[in-house]
Design a protein around this ligand. Structure first.
Ligand code: SAJ
Length: 420
């Protein structure tokens, strides 16, 4: 059966671009979100998140009558669930939003529907979702009951797009398709082929769930290796950036870059889903998380040591020392400050330091509330002219463009090796 109407539940960083991609292929798309501000914004043809090229695609889709948003679920041929899956308590996955989304579409499901879970989820989540749907709709059959003959098909198909490049990667990246049956996989592949230029690679739902967690854990473990090297090199008086550059000249070595820690809503979260389900086995993955989570504390100690040196050398009082933090975002050249180690470090410095804390973040116009009363937002030039201690937290292009002749300070903590 072909797909004429598609409903996307959750209109965030993944759901809205996905809804817009289907609408741009002239499918009738209804996006559902509990946030009425997001719904109203989208219905005006505008967007409530920052992502390059998204606004023009959404505007064209809404103006053309292919995309609309609502807070109330509607009947569709296919449903994609793209709601957040944060962690709770001791880093266990919090499936509350997936459960609420599944229960919200259950009443409008009809025979022949396809339901896809896209949210990053622990292994077994798709089967759990199928059980929630089956419990709510005893009049329909589901894959766990009727196999290939089920009235409703269900699959897990994780997103894997990089924030900042979503509109390109959504179309170009290969897609892992984890159907609960082969019919479910075939139908899910057909759905994504509406806009996908990459390949659909078919597996079962549990492997697809684990695949998403594996991709982000792989990156986390590799970043942890780089971050651990940065600690070792600081002890040994070795420049870690030079070390990594040299080691990477080996044909089978490709070390990632150390930094102030790992931020964002994916890499710092998803590995915990594996650890929560496999505490005995997932020792390396847990340790990588701990290494990366420790890094901001280590950076703060480096800053304190630098200030101590500056105090001794200058004879100034601590309250007379100005510290400049360069960057707040969770990675370069974006304005996203959520779960950012740079924000954590700048916040800790501003709270702890009795003198002035200057912050440079070229991608924002106002400091977030948490920093506003303790720090001031200044330009790169002003920070370089005024500060005694420089703390580079994000390798934004603007900071990379600073000439060494512009830096006169002796006390520099450079977490990205930009001003080495
Ligand atoms: N980072 C380093 N050193 C590096 C690379 C990154 O410290 O060498 C840091 C960044 O500064 C940032 C964090 O890691 O704080 C994460 O950044 P990222 O660019 O590695 O990844 P995200 O979180 O923007 O997106 C990831 C991607 N996953 C992988 O590359 C395996 C993306 O493809 C996923 O779709 C996304 O997570 C997600 O939604 O799961």
């Amino acid at each position: 059966m072909s797909f004429t109407t598609i409903s996307v539940i959750g209109l965030g960083y993944i759901g809205l671009p996905t809804a817009a991609a289907f609408a741009s292929r002239h499918k009738q798309v209804v996006g559902i979100d509990i946030n009425s501000h997001a719904v109203d914004t989208i219905n005006r043809g505008e967007i409530h998140i920052v992502e390059p090229e998204l606004s023009s695609v959404v505007k064209a889709a809404v103006d053309g009558g292919y995309l609309r948003a609502s807070t109330t679920p509607v009947t569709a041929d296919a449903y994609l669930i793209a709601v957040p899956t944060p962690f709770k308590g001791e880093h266990e996955p919090d499936m509350t939003y997936v459960e609420a989304a599944a229960k919200s579409i259950a009443p409008v499901l009809t025979r022949g529907a396809l339901v896809i879970l896209e949210s990053t989820s622990p292994v077994g989540a798709t089967e759990q979702m199928a059980d929630w749907l089956a419990a709510a709709r005893p009049d329909l059959t589901f894959p766990q009951q009727a196999g290939e003959a089920a009235d409703v098909n269900i699959a897990y198909c994780p997103e894997r797009v990089l924030p900042g490049q979503v509109m390109v990667e959504l179309i170009k990246n290969d897609r892992v398709i984890g159907g609960m049956t082969s019919v479910c996989s075939a139908r899910a592949s057909n759905l994504y082929k509406i806009f996908l230029e990459g390949e659909c690679v078919v597996t079962n739902s549990r492997t697809a769930e684990m695949c998403k967690l594996t991709e982000n854990s792989f990156r986390d473990v590799n970043i942890a290796f780089a971050n651990e090297l940065s600690l070792i090199c600081a002890e040994q008086g070795i420049n870690v950036w030079e070390l990594i550059r040299l080691a990477n000249r080996h044909p089978r070595v490709n070390i990632l870059q150390p930094g102030p820690g790992v931020g964002g809503h994916c890499i710092a979260v998803d590995p915990w889903f594996i650890v929560a389900q496999n505490p005995q086995q997932a020792r390396l993955i847990r340790t990588a998380r701990e290494v990366n989570d420790y890094k901001p504390h280590w950076v703060l100690n480096q800053v304190k040591a630098s200030i101590a040196d500056c105090l001794t050398a200058s004879g100034k009082r601590a309250s007379e020392i100005k510290i400049a933090c360069f960057g707040l975002a969770f990675k370069p050249n974006i304005d996203d400050l959520r779960e950012s180690p740079a924000m954590e470090i700048a916040g800790d410095i501003a709270q702890w330091h009795s003198g002035q804390t200057l912050v440079v973040e070229p991608n924002i116009h106002q400091l977030p509330a948490a920093l506003r009363s303790h720090a001031s937002l200044v330009t790169t030039a002003d920070a370089l002219a005024q500060a005694d201690v420089l703390v580079l937290l994000v390798d934004h292009n603007e900071f990379k463009a600073v000439e060494s002749s512009q830096i006169t300070q002796r006390y520099i903590v450079d977490t990205k090796g930009v001003w080495r």
